[in-house]
Ligand binder design. Structure first.
Ligand code: HBI
Length: 357
């Protein structure tokens, strides 16, 4: 590890202000990375949409219209840029101040940052936060992967495999948790948890159906990104034992999560990583997840939770009945080691040093 320190400019996702929940896992990725690298003496600055707030982190706030979320667009969609695009405004700011930094860390899953890469004088480390969504974006990412080897970072191998250029992707993980922030609980009550953006690709309805079959209360936490979808779930399952707790800051989230007997992850899409899985593990909460995407690389079946047949509600119910087989201290141990903020911070820092030289 070179002893020279790095000056890193982080470019946020353009789909929402940091702290709004619209940026999903990327918000935790940026917050945890900024804190971890700062604790190692690195200089961090963040550029994000106006209204962004991440604890005490200083943020350069940029105005403009938010970008449409990629996962709601068709695979053959054309690239859409609104009238006064916050994405373009953020990257214009980055271009203006780039020479004060050694490296840019891009977290936007959008065409523009990849297209602009050759126009910048300093290296750009691209954090690709989802699997393949839109062909035009895939093409822009592949161009950078070929012309700038080693600069495309992904969370997991299964996520990389959704791209035709998987072998050109570097698996750098999706985030890491600071165990000190999560209070371990080894005496759970009889409730279940579901965390995440409430949006069709997350298939919350499957977790609600499993809660209805088991009669166990399901505590739901996360941003209601698609209100119609949420209303449909409530309409379709009027008697399910569910409780919506809102989009909670980490401290309140872990207070509600830690006493749960288990957490359900029901991704309909290829979840790139699954930050919520490592948050549950940090509390000692076993995770039951579809064997699909990132969670399948986070959860050790039978040890830190269960991996079940994708889209099988019966599979979820069978696993729920087996939760007592899991030693909750094994879940906590995984979060303190493999999935800790320190371990992930080192992986990212090594990646940055490789690119910034
Ligand atoms: N869509 N266009 C676009 N850009 C993003 O950066 C983006 C997104 N959808 C979801 C998203 N980022 C994050 O919430 C997930 O990658 C975690």
């Amino acid at each position: 590890m070179p002893d020279s320190k790095l000056r890193i400019l982080i470019l946020s996702t353009p789909v929402g202000a940091l702290g709004s929940g619209l940026g999903g896992g990327v918000e935790l990725t940026i917050a945890n990375l900024a804190r971890e690298l700062r604790s190692r003496g690195q200089t961090i600055e963040i550029i994000a949409p106006t209204g962004s707030q991440l604890g005490d982190l200083s943020i350069i706030q940029i105005p403009g219209e938010l970008q449409l979320t990629a996962q709601t667009q068709a695979q053959a969609a054309a690239i859409i840029m609104p009238g006064d695009p916050v994405l373009a405004n953020m990257w214009a700011k980055a271009r203006a101040i780039q020479h004060d930094y050694d490296l840019i860390f891009n977290t936007a899953f959008d065409w523009l940052p990849f297209y602009l890469t050759p126009f910048f004088d300093i290296p750009i480390a691209h954090f690709v936060s989802m699997g393949s969504q839109i062909a035009a974006i895939d093409t822009a990412i592949e161009r950078v992967a070929i012309d700038y080897p080693g600069t495309i970072g992904v969370c997991t191998r299964t996520q990389a495999e959704t791209f035709s250029f998987a072998e050109r992707c570097c698996v750098v993980g999706g985030s890491g948790v600071d165990p000190a922030v999560y209070e371990y609980c080894d005496r759970p009550d009889n409730t279940l948890a579901w965390l995440g953006r409430i949006s069709p690709e997350k298939a919350l309805e499957d977790a609600v159906a499993a809660a209805e079959r088991t009669g166990m209360k399901l505590k739901i936490m996360g941003k209601i990104q698609d209100p119609d979808y949420w209303a449909k779930i409530q309409h379709d399952y009027p008697h399910a034992p569910i409780e919506y707790l809102g989009f909670l800051p980490t401290h309140e989230l872990q207070q509600a999560l830690r006493t749960c007997k288990g957490m359900l992850m029901t991704p309909r899409w290829i979840e790139a990583f699954g930050n919520v899985a490592i948050e549950a593990l940090a509390c000692g909460v076993p995770v039951i997840a579809y064997r699909r995407g990132g969670p399948a690389e986070i959860i050790t079946d039978g040890k830190t939770g269960f991996l079940v047949e994708p889209d099988s509600i019966a599979g979820l119910v069978t696993a729920i009945d087996r939760l007592d087989e899991i030693d909750r201290s094994d879940c906590r141990h995984a979060a303190e080691t493999v999935f800790s903020q320190a371990a992930w911070g080192s992986a990212i820092e090594n990646w940055f040093y490789r690119l910034a030289k």
